[in-house]
Design a protein. Sequence first.
Length: 169
Amino acid sequence: MQKKIYVLDASAIIGGFYSKSYANFTTSGAILEIKDLKSKILLQSALENGHIKVDEPDPEDTEEINQIITSSGDILRLSDVDRGIVALAFKFKRNGFKPIVVTDDYSMQNTLKTIRIDYQSVLTPGIKEIINWVKICKGCKKRYPSDYKFEECEICGSPVFRKRVKAVK
Ligand SMILES: [Zn+2]
């Protein structure tokens, strides 16, 4: 069985996520994105006691990811730091691990799906039960289910954006 490894982006670190059972990695770029003092202090102690480790993708991983997201169009939506996180997960996969990326970033999740790397949201399962995502058209406000595949409204053609809503019981 492949060994699980968690790869955390800034949203995961700010959300206080790290696995207690498996190794957690992030990149120096993601660490630089953390600006608030409370998260910085928490991160500092997680780094000191080894709960979170810092690693970087190899140039070949970054190149591979750049090629993939250029052809999928995700290159426009991913920052350099986002790409670094995806490329780091890719490196772990290449080395025989089973990486799981923890991120709330929808574009990253999309890219990870394309390259068949597992991911999870920062939100805990308890919160997930009461929060749902929907997609809403910017123009006519039509609601679509969160798995609506297109980026444009089927009625008016306006862009569709993702929104968190409380689940209706
Ligand atoms: Zn519309």
